[in-house]
Design a protein. Sequence first.
Length: 245
Amino acid sequence: MNNKFLFAGPCGVENREQIFKIARFIKSCGINLLRAGAYKGQNRPIINGKPEYLGMGDDGVKLLAEVQDKLEMQVACDMQSVRQAEILKDYNIFYPQVGTRNCDSLELLRQFRKIFKNTNKIIILKRGTSVTTKELLGYAEHLGGPDRVILCERGVVHFDRDKLNRWRLDFNAIAYIKHYTKYRIIVDPSHGSGDRNLVYSLSKAALTISDGLMIEVHYDPDVSPTDSAQTIDFDTFKHISKLYK
Ligand code: PEP
Ligand code: MN
């Protein structure tokens, strides 16, 4: 299992103390890949009368770069524009990430490819929730193909929405991509379920057929300003990290 990826961390960077505390814990579990968004954005611009939470922005990227340097970790961070991609590049963020909502923004994908072309950075491409496997493979080509990209399955639309959350992991697509293509594919059971109680068992299942995981972790999941319901605590993460031993 040692050659598999495990990106873990909060949905978003909140402040210095938060990101260092979480990164140190992840590192203490023997994992050196951190995930955290600096540029957040919600589906709605106003929530409960308040403007959407946009994350720390460029200052968040600066903190993530500091984590990379001080703790010798490599970070995955989402980007939604050319400007943000340039910032990630300037701060040497190792895994620039294209979020689900931009999976099929072809012009943006082409720009990202150009920006990271002459670097050693690998772009994580999260699958759109209504994007087919064939489309996903096409979009990944826009970013530069298997050597430049790691795909991420993070759940797709499905019909069983009354009890289970919005998305469902598409294991068939993972098996297909592993069998028929050269792409690496990791799985995000946090966004893929929307429910922290499902993350451990989905992680275990996903690890058997994929190249690894991306998981949301926080020392106090209930206080996470975004994606709290799907964020696991430190204890649960420790169990997941043991699956890699
Ligand atoms: C994330 O990983 O931070 C994220 C926003 O996920 P997604 O793009 O899959 O919604
Ligand atoms: Mn999130």
